[in-house]
Design a protein around this ligand. Structure first.
Ligand SMILES: CC[C@@H](C(=O)O)C(=O)SCCNC(=O)CCNC(=O)[C@H](O)C(C)(C)COP(=O)(O)OP(=O)(O)OC[C@H]1O[C@@H](n2cnc3c(N)ncnc32)[C@H](O)[C@@H]1OP(=O)(O)O
Ligand SMILES: [Co+2]
Length: 145
């Protein structure tokens, strides 16, 4: 497996409205997508775009707010009521090859491969196996190779 670009940093927030205001007013962000619900992932999502090098997309900040009581980030927000850095997401060219790579190293994969917010397959690796970082692996969107 070859590690790809850092696609996004997931930031869990208790209030999407307040988080977007923070990125606009405090951080000076101008490109923020409208929030949308992903009930199958148990989160509301919005992306803050940062500039990349010429002609490339920059790493995004993925704002995630819990959606429903069974949200996978409900426990994180309960422990961190002000929110906080939640996960790092790296791109790979082939999601199944990446899954096999981490499985062979005995890393715990959290649930099935599913479709993420960018419309490509993703999976998560347990933070206790990954230097304390919840790690998301996503297949690079077609056309970005
Ligand atoms: C928007 C869609 C998608 C995308 O396309 O990008 C997303 O990003 S969705 C993002 C939300 N979804 C997920 O996070 C799915 C995977 N996560 C999980 O399965 C769980 O959240 C978890 C990682 C297993 C944690 O479950 P939880 O019940 O909240 O906590 P535990 O008490 O079981 O935690 C065990 C242990 O791990 C520590 N922990 C928990 N979360 C994190 C974290 N984000 N980063 C680092 N460490 C974390 C937790 O503190 C516990 O440690 P100890 O207290 O030392 O036991
Ligand atoms: Co993510």
């Amino acid at each position: 497996m070859k590690l790809g670009r850092l696609n996004h940093v997931g930031v869990a927030v208790p209030s999407m409205h307040d988080a977007i205001a923070y990125y606009r007013e405090v951080m000076g962000a101008s490109l923020i997508t409208a929030p949308f619900d992903m009930p199958e992932q148990g989160v509301k999502v919005a992306f803050v775009n940062t500039p990349g090098e010429a002609g490339t997309a920059g790493t995004q900040i993925e704002l995630i707010e819990p959606l429903g009581e069974t949200s996978p980030i409900a426990g994180f927000i309960a422990k961190n009521p002000a929110g906080g850095q939640h996960h790092l997401c790296y791109e790979v060219a082939d999601i199944e090859a990446a899954r096999a790579w981490f499985t062979a190293q005995g890393k715990r994969i959290l649930g099935p491969t599913r479709i993420g917010a960018h419309g490509t397959p993703i999976f998560f690796l347990h933070p206790k196996d990954m230097l304390g970082q919840l790690t998301e692996i996503m297949e690079t969107p077609r056309g970005d190779h």
